[in-house]
Design a protein. Structure first.
Length: 142
């Protein structure tokens, strides 16, 4: 799926020549930090990928149309980002992976950190809220 800026709810290219150079540089560097974290997340089961890449695309939309386009047209990650941009949608397969990853992350946290009941409950509520948000988004075919 290729990126079509006309179909987006939000304007993908917010960059303008009038934006402060320092601000663009900060967004650019944050974008690459998010890309790095997203690629690390693709390799580690307990770290998310998609949210970091969504944030990277957002940062690049304010700093570098070239890298925003690269990310949105990426053969592996691009379709999910475009679905999010155009519909606020998460593919069913990605929802399942996200919820399983959160459950695995919580299990590992609980097993290795041995948190107090209060901390364990707070972290569990956080993961439940995140999972509820993910599941409540519209679905699209993967």
């Amino acid at each position: 799926m290729t990126f079509n800026p006309r179909r987006c709810k939000q304007s993908p290219l917010v960059w303008s020549a009038g934006m402060n150079r320092t601000k663009r540089t900060v967004y650019f560097l944050l974008g690459w930090l998010m890309v790095a974290l997203g690629f690390i997340g693709a390799l580690l089961p307990v770290m998310p990928t998609t949210i970091f890449l969504i944030l990277a695309a957002w940062c690049f939309s304010r700093s570098s149309p070239r890298f925003e386009k690269w990310l949105l047209e990426h053969p592996v990650f691009g379709p999910t980002l475009v679905h999010w941009r155009e519909h606020g949608a998460i593919p069913k397969r990605v929802k399942l992976l996200a919820c399983c990853g959160m459950a695995l992350g919580y299990a590992m946290f609980f097993y290795f950190a041995r948190p107090s009941p209060l901390l364990g409950g707070i972290v569990a509520l956080f993961f439940i809220a995140c999972a509820a948000y993910v599941v409540s988004r519209p679905s699209v075919a993967a």
